[in-house]
Design a protein around this ligand. Structure first.
Ligand SMILES: [Zn+2]
Length: 154
């Protein structure tokens, strides 16, 4: 399976470029790519100045309003569970809620003139047990998107 990075894409870009499931028209939540560092990092492709598409690197969540502190009941529950994973979770005193991971709720780092390459991004949409592949190639020049091409599946 291997490692990859995650790319969130602004819905306006997805709609303008028809980047949807060819079978049901669903808009992907995020795409994966193996063309960056494959470090399980997250990126966000969005519009800057209305028309330029640029990639931003997302920091891990930091906004404390999305931090869920364990309630006393949850702490009791965690104590009962002896697994190492829960012990580790317990040590953190809480967890990030799903909203914390959305691109708009994370610090977005300007990547300057990067990337400068082709990026292949893909997602899967499940249809009663069968996965439909959604794949695109995006060309970046000095950090700005030049073209978005659909990869036709045989
Ligand atoms: Zn679909």
């Amino acid at each position: 399976m291997g490692m990859y990075d995650t790319i969130f894409i602004d819905k306006k870009i997805l709609k303008a470029n028809m980047m949807v499931c060819p079978k049901c028209g669903a808009i992907p939540v995020s795409f994966q790519t193996k063309d960056l560092n494959n470090l399980m990092d997250c990126y966000y492709l969005k519009l800057v100045d209305g028309s330029t598409m640029r990639l931003f690197k997302l920091d891990d969540p930091t906004d404390k309003k999305f931090w869920h502190h364990f309630t006393p009941e949850e702490k009791e529950e965690n104590k009962k569970n002896k697994s190492a994973w829960f012990a580790d979770l317990y040590a953190h005193d809480g967890y990030w809620e799903d909203e914390a991971w959305l691109p708009e709720n994370r610090h977005q780092r300007d990547m300057g003139e990067l990337p400068h390459q082709w990026l292949t991004v893909f997602d899967l949409c499940k249809h009663s047990g069968v996965y439909v592949e959604i794949e695109y190639r995006i060309k970046f020049t000095d950090g700005c998107v030049e073209t978005i091409e659909k990869v036709e599946k045989k």
